[in-house]
Design a protein around this ligand. Structure first.
Ligand SMILES: *[C@@H]1O[C@H](CO)[C@@H](O)[C@H](O)[C@H]1NC(C)=O
Ligand SMILES: *[C@@H]1O[C@H](CO)[C@@H](O)[C@H](O)[C@H]1NC(C)=O
Ligand SMILES: *[C@@H]1O[C@H](CO)[C@@H](O)[C@H](O)[C@H]1NC(C)=O
Ligand SMILES: *[C@@H]1O[C@H](CO)[C@@H](O)[C@H](O)[C@H]1NC(C)=O
Ligand SMILES: *[C@@H]1O[C@H](CO)[C@@H](O)[C@H](O)[C@H]1NC(C)=O
Ligand SMILES: *[C@@H]1O[C@H](CO)[C@@H](O)[C@H](O)[C@H]1NC(C)=O
Length: 572
């Protein structure tokens, strides 16, 4: 009797095993085909700097409020009016702030005291034909577009600007415009026509700013220190221990340009990417290489290392070919590495500035560049992102065409207008209704897989609402549940960040994200059963890899026969 019950249990177990196997094998088709789903984290701010993840990286830059891409207005202390270029580029005059012409200058930094001033029409301030007359006609910045800024010792917002002819700019009362013909020192008084006040409107704090800010002598040391300390093998151990199975690694285009990339970039990030691959292999993580910063900047922001806030990626065919060549380089390097899981062709191209047509053409070329080296790496296509959302389904046609491509959507409950007035509950509701619906719309039969490649546990009104730890726990749990349905998986933004809710390491260490919930297991016992499931899914994945449905059919056939035979043996 006892033996029969035992045998029955074994039998039941085997039946379960068989159905599990079939289920997993078939279910595999709904996700990435090998039964694997990304539970990932981004290594943001590492090989592409974003100041907000680590502000201290900028702290020793001299004149660090005058970095590349600082948007500023220049006001004459004497007249209280603003420097403003005239439309024809001939002269620079003084106007009230809210005039039709946009009086905002974007700095290009040569060194800590020497600058170019770029305007909204991409022309530069300069001296006209060697005369002292200030104009803004040139499309490029040469010596006559170069100015030296000196600051008041006690008040750094007050400046004087020396032009290439050796004279300071001043407001010329008689002519009503600005000329470079002021000689000598100033007492910095309010009557001095050569004193201007800087009103800083916006700053960029990306890789361009930090490397050019420190300059060619200091920047290499700063960057190597950062690369070697910000992310280490310990972090890969931590991720692996806490249920993370993939890292998405943002890289910049200069990674493909050898040990001496174009100034101001520092060479060497490729060595760190190599290291990341070897740590990933050792700690059983997969790697997604993500081209986060493309030449010319596809976002016009810090995120893609813009110099001055203009989105200039894709403006020429050469620029697109250069980008494809970077994808080619990266894939060629890692295609044979067992940890390479996917290549992302371009992160968050700006909507609507990057046209869908241009993007689609690039995605097709980039896809084939990857396929030239790897038939298995997934190719990730990031949706366009902007202040207004693009149609989230716009990449469905191209991604359906390109086998093994994945649509990458990014979900942040901030930035966009709609989140600015949502309370906590509305954020959670939005997740379960609107985001869920969107994910469903993207998951079409025979369509591409879907990846939530960036998200974080924060929402626009969290700070004002004095959100509690429980709120954060609830929100991360809800997001994990909804994004967990994405067929390719998800990745948190980011692993380390001084804004702690954006740091997955901090969130896990402090119990804001339950790492047990990442694997769906909490106790040792269930972890063991998790291992069993993993073995099953590995087995089913191996079967699937044979890509032969007949084997599955055979398995389904053999299973019941085998059960029947063993039942017969046990009973008799
Ligand atoms: C801004 O423009 C408005 C009308 O266009 C005008 O009334 C106002 O005086 C201007 N403000 C300044 C500071 O010049
Ligand atoms: C900055 O660059 C200018 C122009 O190249 C040069 O004359 C000046 O000496 C430099 N200053 C510093 C501090 O390097
Ligand atoms: C610096 O100069 C600006 C412009 O003249 C003035 O508004 C500001 O109050 C000054 N700051 C200090 C600390 O004196
Ligand atoms: C793929 O490789 C072939 C042969 O090396 C080359 O001619 C072609 O340009 C490559 N295609 C892409 C998209 O990189
Ligand atoms: C979210 O979805 C609901 C229900 O479909 C809809 O009424 C609402 O307008 C959506 N909210 C936003 C902000 O799109
Ligand atoms: C709650 O939030 C408000 C607005 O940000 C802030 O001024 C206040 O200090 C916060 N209170 C607590 C207890 O954190």
């Amino acid at each position: 009797m006892t033996t029969t019950i035992c045998s029955m249990k074994k039998l039941l177990g085997f039946c379960l095993f068989c159905s599990c196997l079939t289920l997993l094998a078939c279910g595999g088709k709904a996700d990435s085909g090998d039964g694997f789903r990304v539970r990932g984290v981004n290594l943001g701010g590492w090989l592409v700097v974003e100041g907000w993840t680590k502000p201290s990286l900028f702290s020793d830059i001299p004149n660090k409020d005058l970095l590349d891409g600082t948007f500023l207005r220049l006001k004459s202390v004497k007249s209280g009016k603003y420097l403003c270029p005239e439309k024809n580029g001939e002269r620079v005059v003084l106007r009230d702030a809210n005039n039709t012409f946009n009086p905002i200058f974007r700095l290009w930094r040569i060194n800590e005291t020497t600058f170019n001033f770029r305007l909204h029409d991409k022309r530069f301030l300069g001296l006209r034909n060697g005369s002292p007359c200030l104009s803004h006609a040139s499309k490029s910045a040469g010596p006559s577009e170069t100015f030296e800024i000196s600051r008041h010792h006690h008040n750094s917002t007050q400046i004087r600007i020396k032009a290439s002819n050796g004279f300071f700019l001043q407001v010329n009362n008689k002519k009503g415009h600005v000329t470079a013909d002021c000689e000598g020192d100033s007492d910095w008084g309010n009557h001095d026509p050569s004193v201007f006040v800087i009103e800083s409107v916006r700053q960029l704090d990306g890789e361009y700013q930090v490397t050019n800010g420190y300059g060619p002598i200091i920047a290499p040391k700063i960057m190597w220190d950062h690369w070697n300390t910000f992310i280490t093998e310990e972090d890969f151990k931590f991720m692996s221990r806490n249920g993370i199975n993939t890292v998405r690694i943002p890289v910049g285009w200069w990674i493909a340009k050898g040990p001496t990339p174009p100034a101001p970039y520092v060479g060497g990030s490729l060595q760190l990417l190599d290291k990341a691959f070897s740590w990933a292999l050792k700690h059983e993580l997969k790697v997604i290489v993500d081209l986060h910063a493309a030449p010319g900047s596809q976002t016009g922001s810090t995120v893609s290392s813009s110099r001055d806030g203009f989105m200039e990626w894709g403006e020429t065919e050469e620029n697109i070919q250069e980008t494809v060549a970077i994808i080619d380089f990266l894939t060629a390097r890692y295609a044979k590495h067992p940890s390479l899981y996917a290549v992302e062709l371009l992160n968050e191209p700006l909507f609507p500035d990057v046209s869908l047509e241009k993007l689609t053409n690039y995605y097709r070329a980039g896809y084939y560049a990857v396929r030239n080296h790897s038939s298995t790496a997934y190719v990730l296509l990031s949706n366009r992102l902007g202040w207004n959302p693009a149609d989230p389904r716009e990449l469905l046609p191209i991604s359906t065409e390109l086998k093994g491509s994945v649509i990458d959507v990014h979900y942040y409950h901030m930035f966009m207008e709609i989140f600015k007035s949502m309370n906590f509950k509305q954020n959670v509701d939005y997740l379960y209704t609107n985001v869920s619906t969107e994910l469903n719309q993207l998951s079409t039969p025979n369509g591409p897989l879907v990846f939530v490649g960036e998200w974080a546990t924060d929402w626009a009104t969290a700070g004002f609402a004095n959100a509690t730890k429980e709120d954060y726990q609830t929100f991360s749990k809800a997001q994990l549940e909804v994004y967990g349905r994405a067929t390719f998986g998800w990745a948190y933004w980011t692993f380390k960040c001084e804004l702690r809710h954006f740091s997955m390491e901090w969130m896990i260490t402090n119990g804001y994200i339950n790492s047990g919930s990442l694997t769906g297991v909490s106790s040792d016992a269930s972890r063991r059963s998790g291992d069993t499931i993993r073995i099953f899914s590995k087995l089913s994945a191996d079967i699937l890899k044979l890509q032969d449905k007949r084997i599955l059919a055979l398995l389904n056939l053999i299973g019941p026969i085998f059960i029947f035979v063993s039942t017969f043996c046990i009973v008799s």
